[in-house]
Ligand binder design. Structure first.
Ligand code: FAD
Length: 310
């Protein structure tokens, strides 16, 4: 086990012991992390990862916790937050080089204001660039993988640039998931004035649609389940439409509920536990399996449920 002294001596950033993960996830659920580490910069983050790897102890990078359900008993090992350490970006011509901790809404807005297209439809996704790449986040016909040219990861203590053709992306899938993502290079498309106006209209419509179709005033973590693969889904319905067809909107377990306005979103009504959310997940899967013969897969990432993490 790493002693607190060793950790504090190693890093220049902040180390919190027993920090509640409620404060670091959009669902506002979860017990405490043994070590919650907020490194000062990239070198600092690499040092913390190296220290945990040297001790064979679990750690997990998180961005804004917008796709996470954390166990009520918390997380063993370290949770390392990227916002500060990997929070810088640079735009040169149509190339964006972004740290993994940069907020996606901010960078989507910034690049679009420079008449660069490729991220504008992702502006409503409240995560970081690293979290978005790890899950190949997407919305309204755009996925982050559409513009990724390279990803920089930390491999056995050394930064390594992986070119696009050496990684695979799919629907909410990236072959680099589970690796430490430090930064991303993206090639965006320069828009003409007319093109910018047209994309701006679509972008605003998409943001507006989120406001009416998502329970934005309740803590949530976006879609809970992935949409089923088309080849296994003769109904053609989305996960949300299936859950709705089962009549599950508004169903509650403890402090958690299936949203009334979006059946694929679970909200925290105030004092929800991860166990409440897991109960809803199990119950929903059971209903959908019975009605559609489909086993829904989680889009939500779990933290603290495994014995060891990445
Ligand atoms: C209201 C709302 C709307 C949403 N809408 C969408 C949507 O339209 N489309 C969509 O795809 N998603 C959506 N999401 C889900 C979520 O915002 C995205 O998945 C986002 O990309 C997660 O980023 P994050 O930084 O919050 O990741 P986190 O939740 O912090 O982490 C998610 C996973 O990524 C890993 N990870 C994070 N950073 C790194 C890193 N630097 N290196 C390696 N692994 C890392 C974590 O370990 C974890 O496994 C929505 C969420 C909410 C709350």
């Amino acid at each position: 086990m790493i002693s607190t002294e060793e950790l504090v001596d190693t890093i220049r950033g902040q180390v919190l012991l027993g920090e509640s993960m409620k404060e670091h996830t959009t669902l506002k659920i979860g017990g405490s992390a043994d070590f919650f580490v907020d490194p000062l910069d990239r070198d600092d983050l690499c040092r913390v990862v190296a220290l945990f790897e040297a001790h064979g102890l679990p750690y997990r990078l998180i961005g804004r916790g917008s796709n996470l359900l954390v166990h009520d008993e918390g997380v063993r090992g370290a949770v390392i937050v990227t916002s500060r350490a990997l929070g810088e970006y640079r735009v040169r011509k149509n190339v964006l080089t972004s740290g993994a901790g940069v907020p996606l809404p901010a960078i989507a807005e910034k690049t679009f204001s420079l008449s660069l297209s490729g991220l504008e439809m992702l502006q409503g996704i409240p995560g970081t660039v690293g979290g978005a790449v790890a899950a190949n986040a997407g919305a309204h016909g755009q996925e982050i993988s559409d513009v990724v040219s390279w990803v920089e990861i930390l491999d056995r203590g050394k930064p390594q640039v992986i070119p696009r053709d050496e990684m695979a992306f799919g629907y909410r899938y990236c072959s680099l998931e589970g690796r430490v993502i430090l930064g991303v290079g993206m090639k965006l498309e320069r828009l003409s004035d007319a093109g910018h106006n047209e994309r701006d209209r679509l972008r605003r419509e998409a943001l507006q649609r989120r406001i009416v179709s998502q329970p934005l005033s309740w803590p949530n973590a976006g879609s809970v389940f992935r949409n089923p693969r088309p080849e296994e889904n003769p109904s053609g319905l989305s996960a949300g439409q299936m859950i709705d067809a089962c009549g599950l909107k508004g169903v509650r377990r403890g402090g958690a509920a299936i949203s009334e306005c979006h059946a694929n979103i679970i909200i925290n009504r105030g004092k929800a536990k991860a166990a409440d959310v897991m109960e809803l997940i199990g119950m929903t899967r059971e209903h959908v399996r019975k009605m559609f013969g489909i086993s829904l897969e989680l889009e939500l990432k779990l933290l603290g449920f495994e014995k060891t993490c990445c």
